[in-house]
Design a protein around this ligand. Structure first.
Ligand code: BJW
Length: 239
């Protein structure tokens, strides 16, 4: 029997656009990324939506169609396997608005919302988004035509922050996968987990903006690095 370090009781994983890149969904800040083609002030702020809701709906309708046409990759499947087979708790937090973690069989907390959900800017009701949304769609609950994608834009408060804070406090291992560390509060999770005693690992094609805060780095494309990391956790034997 191989002697290894004790296994962490609780693993908290934060994913970003890099985990879905090899499923064909663009990242935001890499070469050719979403923010090199669109001005984020126009399509990812409440002010941009108030100025031109048709433009914002067109942007998200096209992203929704792309996401629906994509398939989970080996990284999504490996994380789902970790959640299903690991003896301790595995909490997956994603900044991604696609549903590829769920398509692979995992449960994820979507802190930046979901493309497949709509919500009402007037009353807050939320529901399954149709493939194409328009600015005049009435809310199924209050009837007001202020339908918007259930997406967290810049200047808005991310979802499930209380639950996330509680998970970070009790994490023994924190991993950030395929995220550039440029958007807060997610970019601050490594510092919070570390402060609460977790070991931290960054898994990315290249070091992120907050790379210096991690204890360990694993390089390479997510479809190779994540399955190998997951296998190393599942194969770990405690004696
Ligand atoms: C691979 C790979 C492969 C590629 N394998 N890896 C000044 C200082 C600090 C904060 C602020 C500030 N000014 C303003 C703020 C706040 C602001 C912010 O952080 N701005 C920064 C730009 C400075 N944040 C907010 O406004 C947030 N809200 C907020 O702060 O509320 C206040 C509050 C907080 C807490 C409590 C109370 C109040 C909201 C942020 C909303 C972000 N929304 C977006 C768009 C919506 C979703 C959508 O349309 O899809 O979310 S922006 C966009 O960035 C998207 C992403 O989820 C998010 C993160 O991007 P991600 O995932 O990291 O992607 P990339 O492209 O940046 O990186 C990809 C990475 O993958 C790279 O590292 C590659 O190397 C890697 N990679 N291929 C492995 N094959």
């Amino acid at each position: 029997m191989t002697m290894m370090n004790a296994s962490p009781n609780k693993i908290v994983i934060l994913t970003g656009a890099g985990v879905s890149a090899e499923s064909g969904l663009g990242t935001f800040r890499d070469k050719g990324g979403v923010w090199t083609k669109y001005d984020l002030n126009d399509v990812a702020t409440p002010e941009g939506f108030a100025r031109d809701p048709v433009k914002v709906h067109d942007f998200y309708n096209s992203r929704r169609a792309n996401a629906l046409g994509s398939e989970p990759n080996a990284a999504h499947f490996a994380l789902a396997r970790l959640q299903a087979e690991y003896a301790g708790d595995v909490v997956l937090i994603t900044q991604n608005v696609d549903a590829l973690h769920e398509a692979a069989g995992a449960n994820a907390i979507h802190m930046h919302g979901r493309l497949d959900r709509a919500c009402c800017a007037a009353c807050g009701e939320d529901w399954d988004a149709p493939l194409a949304m328009t600015a005049t769609d009435p809310c199924p609950s209050c009837g007001v035509p202020q339908t918007r994608p259930d997406i967290v834009w810049f200047g808005e408060v991310p979802q499930s922050l209380d639950a996330i804070a509680a998970h970070l406090e009790t994490a023994e291992l924190f991993a950030a996968i395929g995220t550039s560390g440029q958007v807060y509060p997610a970019a601050g999770f490594v510092a919070e987990a570390s402060r609460c005693g977790a070991r931290t690992v960054e898994i990315n094609l290249e070091p992120s903006d907050v790379a210096n805060l991690f204890d360990e780095h694993i390089g390479g494309p997510a479809t190779e690095s994540v399955p190998a990391w997951v296998s190393s956790l599942l194969d770990r034997l405690v004696v």
